[in-house]
Design a protein around this ligand. Structure first.
Ligand SMILES: [Zn+2]
Length: 187
């Protein structure tokens, strides 16, 4: 059976998923905070907690929950792709892997101290250890995704266009949320 790539559909789906990717990540943190009973406030790019987190186990779970919920969404995207045999549903998984690699690289070169840096230090490791691990995994997943695309009968050029189109459209939507829409609707 031939699996259809449908570039335009994938780009549109990736763009709309990208708009919700930031809030979904914060929802992971929010749910973990709420599970432990903290009185938190939801912002477009962070969850504000007025009291210190009780211990490092809770801190680890709360921080890890942000990316965990996105990896869960990537798994759903992969399973739905298999179920429907349409690559359009694979674009959120591609976007998550791409943004994960980008986020890891930013942490690794020290431009910010994000979730992955914090998780490393909670574990008593060097701040760059988890960013390095997740950057490596992100690149491996992107490579495997391209191999997975080989199930379609499109040319290599079309597959590369699909992969890049999905990453660029979704990446623009993530930036649009963080820089324009988020600060307005969820300051
Ligand atoms: Zn986070």
């Amino acid at each position: 059976m031939v699996w259809n790539i449908k570039l335009e559909d994938a780009v549109v789906l990736s763009f709309f998923f990208g708009l919700f990717m930031g809030p979904l990540h914060e929802t992971g943190h929010y749910l973990a905070y709420t599970l432990f009973g903290y009185p938190v406030t939801f912002h477009y790019d962070s969850i504000e907690c007025p009291i210190p987190i009780a211990n490092s186990t809770q801190a680890f779970i709360i921080i890890a929950a942000g990316w965990s919920i996105l990896y869960f969404a990537a798994l759903v995207s992969l399973l739905y792709t298999f179920k429907s045999k349409a690559f359009v549903y694979f674009s959120p998984a591609i976007l998550i892997c791409g943004v994960d690699a980008f986020d890891s690289a930013i942490d690794l070169i020290g431009l910010e101290h994000g979730d992955k840096y914090s998780l490393s230090t909670i574990l008593g490791l060097s701040g760059s250890s988890i960013p390095l691990l997740t950057l490596t995994l992100g690149i491996i997943f992107l490579y495997l995704s391209f191999q997975f695309l080989n199930k379609s009968d499109e040319s290599d050029k079309n597959k590369m266009t699909w992969l890049l189109g999905t990453l660029v459209a979704g990446g623009m939507a993530v930036a649009l949320w963080l820089l324009v829409i988020g600060p307005i609707v969820l300051p």
